[in-house]
Design a protein around this ligand. Structure first.
Ligand code: GDP
Ligand code: MG
Length: 304
């Protein structure tokens, strides 16, 4: 089981691995360590979207440690690089927190197209596999298609959905979903939200209202407020995340679509700058392609 999960992760992160690991091997093969090699490595890291600040920190580490440990072969820097990436990413990971209430409520935020609805579907599947009963709240009422899309997931996974009409108050949907879950003793409510309204201010106000609605049921809820970011835009997601972070407390990040990009290195600046734990990564379209973020396996996959 573990092996197949890791294989999926590796396959999903193939593009980043090509950019990072394969190029690294190619440029360092048969070379002695010198300044020109560090310059080449710098380029490799920047191209994988590791970002200027983190790249400088990494190069500095490689320079110092290779001297200290008397490493002279370029190829041997890869192990040092792995070590450093794991060190940087470890404080940025975190497990999903459940409060153990009936229901626990997880709120999903993020701009349109970031992967919220798909992620809600995948997580619903995983919870169900664990034997938990799940209710989906269709709180993206901005577009009818968004409600339909969540319905498709509910049918596919075999979980209940609470939905209202297009254009209705999202907080009312959430209120009904939690009430329904309470009445039936369900374990988890996953709240899908809109990523776009007429203005950004409207969207943030609406999300705050949804959060207040959830809080009325329990101070411990939502037990997670997860921001979903599109991995294919790399570091550009940082500013987007800051906008949400200013309006709402975010407890975790999910980075999707890493299978579609060579910019997987962006997890490093995302984690360093936002200081919010990354809880899951999406590496494909199927339900198993949402994996808990584990720095060590992630680094093993991109620097094989
Ligand atoms: N390849 C890939 N596609 C994904 C992943 N996550 C989401 N998507 C796709 O991204 C598109 C937008 O996702 P959606 O869940 O509708 O985003 P939302 O607008 O935030 O709800 C859909 O076509 C999804 O199938 C992923 O991890 N990998
Ligand atoms: Mg959606």
């Amino acid at each position: 089981m573990f092996k197949s999960m890791f294989d999926r992760l590796k396959k999903g992160l193939e593009k980043t691995k090509k950019q990072l690991s394969d190029t690294f091997s190619a440029i360092s093969f048969g070379r002695k360590i010198d300044e020109s090699l560090f310059e080449d490595i710098e380029m490799v890291l920047l191209k994988a979207d590791v970002g200027i600040e983190a790249t400088e920190e990494i190069i500095e580490f490689l320079r110092k440690e290779s001297k200290k440990r008397r490493i002279t072969e370029g190829e041997d820097l890869k192990e040092l690089l792995k070590e450093k990436l794991i060190e940087i990413l470890t404080p940025c990971s975190g497990q999903l927190n459940l409060a153990g209430e009936k229901p626990d409520v997880i709120l999903f935020l993020g701009i349109n197209g970031s992967g919220k609805t798909t992620t809600v579907g995948k997580l619903a599947y995983q919870f169900k596999e664990e034997g938990k009963s799940v209710v989906l709240a269709a709180a993206d009422t901005f577009r009818a298609a968004a409600i339909d899309q969540l319905q498709v997931w509910a049918d596919r996974v075999g979980v209940r959905i609470v939905k209202h009409q297009e254009g209705s108050d999202p907080s009312a949907v959430v209120f009904d979903a939690i009430n329904s879950a309470k009445a039936k003793g369900d374990d988890i409510v996953l709240v899908d939200t809109a990523g776009r309204l007429h203005t950004k201010e409207n969207l943030m106000k609406e999300l705050q209202k949804i959060k207040r609605t959830i809080k009325k049921f329990s101070e411990n809820q939502p037990c997670e407020t997860l921001l979903v970011l599109d991995g294919t835009i790399g570091q550009n997601s940082i500013n987007q995340a800051k906008t949400f972070k200013e309006a709402i407390d975010i407890s975790g990040i999910i980075i999707t679509k890493l299978d579609g990009t060579a910019k997987g290195g962006a997890l490093i600046p995302i984690c360093k700058q936002l200081q919010i734990p990354i809880k899951y990564i999406g590496v494909g379209e199927s339900v198993e392609d949402l994996q808990p973020f584990d720095p060590k396996t992630f680094v093993e996959a991109i620097l094989d």
